[in-house]
Design a protein around this ligand. Structure first.
Ligand code: IMP
Length: 207
């Protein structure tokens, strides 16, 4: 079975991406399969830089194609913050609750029509002689207070367009149908098939 390594330490992302890739027939490995993996450093200025850096590190160490997701929430009223700093918005080791609270405090008193936001997911697929990028966006609004217990990160305060529930109130299947990550993974599937299949074909021919 062809293998792909997910370059993330976030168990929620791993669960979502594994579900979204279930129909590819790939064997999905995670960082737990590589205990000596060097740390994945996210010091880039853009989602794209961070995703490429994480995927490249994992590919170089595992010698397998690696897929990384760098993602975050962009709030229009806050000039696209927290953006690449989403995981660390309220400080270096901030919890999801602290990040949500900081964002809600900054939006206190802001009218619903000005609370527009989008989640962005940038995926990078890196192998021996290729690097592919795919992006997905999901638009919505920031709720007045947290609601729901599913998901992770900013899910309890994000209401996707067309819904009244937050992502954390929706079943995971529904989030996985409409999310930024659903779209970035869908966009990457053709590359995954071509690149990983082509790789296997080549190694068979040269063996
Ligand atoms: P990073 O990609 O590891 O830098 O972190 C992404 C951060 O963005 C997460 O820690 C969350 O705070 C946020 N984020 C990304 N995707 C989602 C999502 O699907 N739901 C909620 N929060 C998300």
């Amino acid at each position: 079975m062809k293998k792909l390594v997910l370059a993330t330490n976030n168990s929620h992302k791993t669960t979502e991406i594994k579900e979204l890739l279930a129909d590819t027939g790939l064997e999905i490995l995670t960082l737990a399969d590589f205990p000596k993996m060097p740390p994945l450093i996210e010091d880039g200025q853009t989602f794209r830089d961070n995703a490429l850096k994480k995927a490249r590190t994992v590919h170089l160490h595992s010698h397998l194609p690696a897929l990384a997701d760098d993602s975050g929430l962009e709030v229009f009223y806050l000039a696209m913050r927290p953006g690449v700093r989403s995981a660390r918005y309220a400080g270096e080791n901030a919890t999801d609750e602290q990040n949500n609270k900081k964002l809600l405090d900054e939006l206190r008193g802001v009218a619903p029509r000005r609370r527009g936001a989008q989640f962005r997911s940038v995926l990078a697929l890196v192998g021996p002689d290729f690097a592919e990028i795919s992006e997905g966006l999901c638009r919505g609004t920031i709720a007045e207070s947290p609601r729901g217990t599913n998901g992770f990160g900013y899910d309890p305060i994000f209401v996707p367009d067309g819904y009244t529930e937050t992502f954390a109130e929706l079943p995971s299947e529904e989030k996985n149908r409409i999310s930024h990550r659903a779209k970035s993974v869908k966009g990457m599937k053709a590359s995954i098939r071509t690149r990983i299949d082509a790789d296997e074909g080549l190694s068979r021919i040269t063996r």
